[in-house]
Design a protein around this ligand. Structure first.
Ligand SMILES: [Zn+2]
Ligand SMILES: [Zn+2]
Length: 390
């Protein structure tokens, strides 16, 4: 197909027709921008793992970052100011004029702009894009003069979006300022571990591991019910028959997402078990008493021996650790001193994921054996840690 075919040279657009076609194109674009805003608010775009609506547009609409953000900003502006939306959809404002007005869409001006939106449309609707920009700049200067500088500043923009990609991995995207930024950096620094010469993790991997530990620590310690460790931090429904079959199928009680069986296994190792009796239709008919899968007294004894995570090289303290059943309790492993070792959250999940075998000798030295036969050992840290150092 040639250019001539596409354009149908026999009936070229007149200048007036061209202007009308552009106006029509921009009216439709304004409506689409409003749809985009609705789509953004619905969160539907996140289901393929995109971290933002702009990222989704880059992927699915083959847009540049700049083009995607321009669309998102237009949608947000038009959705906020009804007079601008009506004027854009009717063609009274061109897209370039909308983009000029977008520069006024700042938290600081929100109230003022809401009040003046109709008047602004009346002023600029007959103007060129360049003149509209001049008007907007003047409006801003006037607004700055009027807005009480003593008024408390609006809170800075911040966000955290979380979504799952096609493999179920969690993708996070966040913006933080000031104290929040400092606090988060500090927590990541504090939670970072270095596992000696064997530590081949990248900077990014260490950061991701630190964030995992921060989340696990919070979940274990967020409420004070009289014990330093509040279990469980995740509520899972597990079909008992699948435990017996060796591949426990757990469902996350909060999200109703199925969990990997190694993940379910990890949580079952050290949790508070609460029995819910259900009728044939799955409706709960009774609640049993909850109990710890590892009694707290036993946990303390194991903690006194291990002093923290027993994974070779790891220096995580007790507070971050779970008790792991070396021989899984679903394989008949007992919940006792010689079958339990402490592992930090990350290494606990790691051990279950990779089916590592662990064994304690008579001196409580631990050997960790990989499936390919590689082996590493760790020694108990011994004395119960002082509370202040923990
Ligand atoms: Zn375990
Ligand atoms: Zn560890």
């Amino acid at each position: 197909m040639t250019v001539a075919d596409v354009l149908d040279i026999a009936s070229p657009l007149t200048a007036a027709q061209f202007a009308a076609a552009v106006a029509e194109h921009e009216r439709r674009a304004a409506t689409l921008a409003l749809h985009l805003r609705r789509l953004e608010a619905s969160g539907e775009w996140a289901f393929d793992g995109s971290v933002s609506i702009a990222a989704w547009m880059r992927e699915h609409c083959r847009m540049s970052n700049r083009a995607a953000h321009a669309w998102v900003r237009r949608g947000r502006l038009l959705d906020t100011y009804g007079a601008f939306a009506a004027a854009a959809v009717s063609g009274a404002l061109s897209q370039s004029q909308v983009d000029a007005l977008e520069h006024l869409h700042r938290p600081k001006y929100a109230e003022h702009l809401a009040e003046h939106q109709s008047a602004l449309v009346e002023i600029v609707e007959q103007l060129s894009a360049a003149d509209t920009e001049t008007v907007c700049k003047r409006w801003r200067d006037d607004a700055d003069a009027v807005i009480d500088e003593a008024a408390p500043p609006a809170e800075p923009e911040r966000f955290l979006t979380a979504s799952r990609d096609s493999e179920g991995a969690l993708l996070l995207h966040s913006k933080q300022h000031g104290g929040a930024a400092t606090e988060i950096e500090k927590a990541l620094r504090n939670a970072s571990t270095y596992e000696g010469d064997d530590d081949t993790r990248s900077h990014g991997e260490r950061g991701a591991d630190a964030l995992f530990d921060i989340a696990a620590f919070y979940n274990k310690n967020h409420a004070d019910d009289g014990t330093p460790r509040n279990l469980p931090h995740v509520s899972i429904s597990v079909d008992e028959s699948t435990i017996r079959a060796g591949r426990p199928e757990g469902v996350d009680g909060d999200t109703e997402e199925p969990m990997a069986s190694s993940c379910t296994d990890t949580y079952l190792c050290d949790c508070k078990i609460h029995t819910i009796l259900r009728d044939a239709h799955g409706a709960p008919v009774g609640f049993g008493r909850s109990r710890y899968s590892v009694p707290r007294k036993l946990f303390s004894q194991v903690a006194a021996r291990d002093g923290g995570c027993r994974f070779p090289g790891c220096d995580r303290k007790i507070r971050h650790c779970d008790a792991h059943h070396m021989r899984y309790w679903r394989h008949g492993g007992s919940t006792d001193y010689v079958n339990l070792v402490l592992l930090c959250s990350r290494h606990h999940h790691f051990v279950h994921q990779h089916h590592l075998q662990m064994k304690l000798d008579d001196h409580s030295n631990l050997s960790v054996v990989w499936r390919d036969g590689r082996q590493r050992t760790s020694r108990p840290r011994g004395a119960p840690p002082r509370r202040s150092r923990e």
